[in-house]
Design a binder for this molecule. Structure first.
Ligand code: GLN
Length: 383
């Protein structure tokens, strides 16, 4: 294994899902729903397979039906107009979008600012691109995580190439406000930076609104927006994601993407095109359902003795385990299956400054209500 990758080991999601399977625990670790997405969308995938749509290499940018649906979705929900032929690129999930955007835009030695705690693929992909990650830490205060805009400003140097943003934010559930995004936009413009913004949880916002960075004045031309069907339609296994940006930046990202996978998920692309055209009620019901589950798990965890940072978005809730007399999230998560048959994720893996993340543990609530109830009952028995 080359030196760029040795520090990363096995992703925590694989480790913790294997632990859950081995011990028969309730898996509130890796974020995936335990109920599949809409039947009409599954039927659309079957139809595409059966009718021979997408069974051979689709176009490198994605099938036209999906690119048009992505552009229409961005207009419907965010008021952003896109040319489906030049400003949209279909990828193998948001994961490939992140990787290819970084590979395409980062020169070896460039600094990339990322909000810490960060989704684990960010660090590995910055390293693969030869970049240097510069974490800016979100800190818990008054029941939520906050970005310190002065720290962000101070992190920019002449070597900074781009900011890698994520809102709604995994794992903290923070949804950046218009004020924060405006400050980030002003900084990017002033220092001539690009921003890659990972908005895979765009529809999972329970408090306030999701504001796409690309919708702010002056940001269209310097923002690469990433999203995916995994979270919005509960098909994390399909791995259909997308990049939207200017023709120039989309071309750059495609230059890297064409040599990684070229294309993927042919029949699923047609199905996701239909999913993106579901009525507003679908998106509202998804959000309301998850809001209720957030409230249920947050209340249960608080009763079990955790300090709970109730998320404004995503399907994760971050907790502090110190009130339970624990301080090491890694040790806690490794012992949890044996103690009460529940699996969670130690937030420390999402930090460069591991000590900052040590006492925090993330639970996923994209699960059936009876499963969440049972998990809470088990966690209350923790001693
Ligand atoms: N994004 C999901 C999470 O944070 C997991 C994705 C993965 O397994 N790579 O839990």
């Amino acid at each position: 294994l080359n030196r760029r990758l040795t520090e990363f080991g096995t992703t925590i999601f694989a480790e913790m899902s294997a632990l859950a399977n081995r011990t028969g625990s309730i898996n509130l670790g890796q974020g995936f729903p335990d109920t599949d997405g809409p039947e009409s969308v599954r039927e659309a995938a079957v139809r595409a397979l059966r009718d021979g749509r997408g069974n051979q290499y689709p176009p490198g940018s994605g099938v036209p039906e999906l690119r048009e649906a992505i552009a229409d979705h961005q207009r419907r929900f965010h008021g952003i107009g896109l040319d489906p032929d030049t400003e949209v690129l279909v990828t193998t999930g948001a994961t490939e979008a992140i990787a290819t955007a970084l590979l395409a835009l980062v020169e070896p030695g460039d600094e990339v600012i990322a909000l810490e705690p960060y989704y684990d693929s960010y660090a590995a992909c910055i390293a693969l691109a030869g970049g240097r990650r510069v974490p800016v830490t979100l800190r818990p205060r008054d029941g939520a995580y906050h970005l310190d805009l002065d720290e962000l400003r101070d992190a920019v140097t002449p070597r900074t190439r781009l900011i890698l943003l994520n809102t709604p934010h995994n794992p903290t559930g923070t949804v950046l406000t218009r004020g924060e995004l405006t400050a980030i936009a002003e900084l990017a413009i002033e220092r001539d930076l690009l921003v890659i913004t990972d908005e895979v949880y765009e529809h999972l916002v329970f408090e306030g609104d999701h504001i796409p960075l690309a919708s702010l004045p002056g940001m269209r031309e310097r923002t690469v927006t990433i999203s995916s069907a995994g979270k919005t339609f509960s098909f994390t296994g399909w791995k259909i994601g997308w990049v939207t940006s200017t023709p120039e930046l989309v071309t750059a990202v495609r230059s890297a993407k064409q040599f990684l996978t070229y294309v993927s998920g042919g029949p699923f692309q047609y199905a996701v095109a239909e999913a993106l055209r579901l009525p507003d009620s679908y998106f509202r019901e998804l959000r309301d359902d998850l809001r209720a589950k957030r409230d249920l798990l947050s209340a249960g965890l608080a009763e079990a003795g955790f300090t709970v940072y109730r998320p404004a978005g995503t399907y994760f809730v971050t907790t502090d385990i110190r009130p339970l007399g624990e301080s090491d999230g890694f040790a806690f998560c490794r012992s949890l299956p044996e103690r009460c048959q529940v699996v969670a994720i130690p937030n420390a893996v999402f930090y460069d400054h591991r000590a900052e993340g040590a006492p925090f543990v993330r639970f996923a609530f994209c699960k059936r209500t009876d499963v969440l109830d049972e998990a809470v009952a088990r966690l209350k028995r923790l001693t």
